[in-house]
Ligand binder design. Structure first.
Ligand code: NAP
Length: 484
């Protein structure tokens, strides 16, 4: 197989929160995979930064354990792991104090790409940006990577944008949304804009509606207190589902470059109609003998926070007038499944008569499990018995279509980190996009708060509250199946 790995410039990557869950579970195992693929330059280094009292050796030991835990055995040969760990360093730094900043300054090189990953609580983002600047650590080639959540409403997002921009230029700020780093999400753009086949049909004349589902089986155990202050709207819709909606709904950008793509996404967000109350269904999972309810996990019997939400969204522009976008996401659902489906309209006239069942064309983009794209096409059922129609999927599951190459597909985090090193912001949210998404979300959330709206109960392992199904039923539609 010809290697398609594109080398990147030499870099120092500083991970604030380098001992935390995200760093151990996603960032460092992902970097190890990029290292193994040969993408990490010879002198590139990764520097963990946190308050724990560690030295390089102790940090390497900790990260070795993390990589062993989160990487399949055959994908971590001892020699490679040892060589990777030698790239790791550690500095004890307090984001809110003065400790460690001069040591960090001494360690970080100024003449290479500097990437500072803020994998810490959002309350620390501003303090770290300010200290990187005031301690003159960040050089000309510095970038900062900011994790979610980016604010909890428009006001806090604006304040955070201002703080970050006081110290860094917008071109240096990478607001990460790992959904945008998924192979299939980029493939969605390839399918839309790399083929003649779909784009002419991609509008209100041919599309009946769009569905976006992100169903999780996990609950909020372990982070109930945080989630109780957030909820599905803030935690999932304002960022991840909104980004997916934008990629489906946006106009073709003139180029695949950061501002061209983000300008088009921003136009979509600004074209979202304000929500009507009857177009939103919120849910909260109840418990059973094996599993705690949401309010128990959140340790708040009076919680009005939603662990599930379904929405019917309208986009006011020529392309999408009258085409509903149905979004739903929830925890403790029937199966883990993320999928975008474009449901096309019925053929305008059946030449086969009323008795022949027709199927709609559905383009389905699966993010998990088994990333891939399927197009449902109607054909004749083979054999005798007259004209009977059947729906068959044209399946573009990557693992099958691309063979061994598909196994080399980078995980979202590693791809996005390499984009940061390359200085490519295309798959990162711009400040105005995030603010526009909050401007649309805020009135909905404020409405619930003002009315003390109670989410509808739903059972663990279900597809959410019954009202979510009704949201589509009343328009003669139904949700795509969530398969256990
Ligand atoms: P975490 O496990 O609680 O880790 C927090 C990290 O921050 C630790 O390394 C901690 O180390 C460090 N830290 C805390 N206070 C500090 C201070 N004053 N100065 C320097 N370092 C400090 O959190 P996480 O789950 O990794 O999440 C990190 C960020 O990623 C959060 O913004 C979260 O919302 C976001 N995120 C996480 C996930 C996930 O799956 N975990 C997914 C999406 C987004 P010390 O205690 O040693 O200082």
């Amino acid at each position: 197989m010809v290697s398609r790995v594109i080398p990147v410039d030499d870099f120092d990557l500083v991970i604030f929160g380098g001992t935390g869950d995200l760093a151990r579970r996603k960032i460092l195992p992902g970097l190890f995979r990029r290292f193994r693929s040969g993408q990490m330059p010879e002198n590139a280094r990764i520097i963990g930064a946190a308050r724990s009292d560690l030295d390089d050796a102790a940090y390497r030991k900790d990260i070795k354990a993390a990589i062993v835990e989160f990487t399949a055995e055959e994908a971590r040969p001892a020699g490679d792991l040892k060589a990777f760990l030698e790239r790791l360093h550690y500095v004890k730094v307090d984001a809110l104090g003065t400790d460690g900043w001069s040591a960090l300054k001494k360690l970080v090189r100024k003449d290479v790409v500097q990437a500072f990953y803020f994998s810490v609580a959002p309350s620390l983002f501003g303090a770290i940006a300010e200290r990187l600047h005031s301690n003159k650590i960040a050089g000309e080639r510095a970038r900062i990577v900011v994790e979610k959540p980016f604010g909890r409403d428009l006001e806090s997002a604006k304040a955070l944008n201002k703080t970050l921009r006081d110290h860094f230029d917008e071109s240096q700020i990478y607001r990460i949304d790992h959904y945008l780093g998924k192979e299939t999400v980029q493939n969605l753009m390839a399918v839309r804009f790399g083929n003649m086949l779909f784009e002419p049909l991609w509008n209100a004349q041919y599309v009946d509606h769009v569905q976006i589902t992100v169903a999780e089986t996990v609950g909020v155990d372990g982070r109930g207190a945080y989630y109780d202050k957030s909820g599905a709207m803030r935690d999932m819709v304002q960022n991840h589902l909104m980004q997916l909606l934008c990629l489906i709904a946006m106009e073709p950008p003139s180029r695949f470059d950061p501002d061209a793509v983000r300008d088009e996404k921003l136009k979509v967000i600004r074209a979202l109609e304000p929500m009507e109350r009857e177009d939103v269904v919120r849910g909260q999972y109840t418990g059973n003998e094996d599993t705690k309810s949401f309010v128990e996990e959140a340790d708040n019997p009076d919680s009005l926070t939603e662990s599930f939400i379904a929405l019917k969204i309208a986009i006011s522009n020529w392309r999408w007038a009258g085409v509903p976008f149905y979004l739903r996401t929830g925890k403790r659902m029937k199966a883990r499944q993320s999928e975008i489906s474009v449901i096309f309209k019925d053929a305008p006239h059946s030449i086969f008569g009323q008795d022949v069942e027709h199927h709609r064309n559905i383009l389905s983009i699966r993010l998990q499990p088994n990333e891939g794209i399927t197009l449902g096409v109607t054909i004749k059922e083979p054999g005798p018995g007259g004209m009977r129609l059947v729906d068959v999927p044209l399946d573009m599951t990557f693992a099958e279509a691309l063979g061994p190459d598909a196994e080399d597909v980078p995980d979202a985090y590693e791809r996005l980190i390499m984009d940061v090193i390359r200085g490519n912001q295309t798959l990162f949210m711009r400040g105005d996009e995030v603010e526009a998404a909050w401007a649309w979300t805020d009135p909905i959330i404020n409405g619930w708060r003002d009315r003390s709206d109670r989410p509808k109960p739903y059972e663990i392992g279900s597809t959410g509250p019954e009202d979510a199904a009704v949201l589509l039923h009343k328009a003669g539609r139904r949700w795509r199946e969530i398969k256990a």
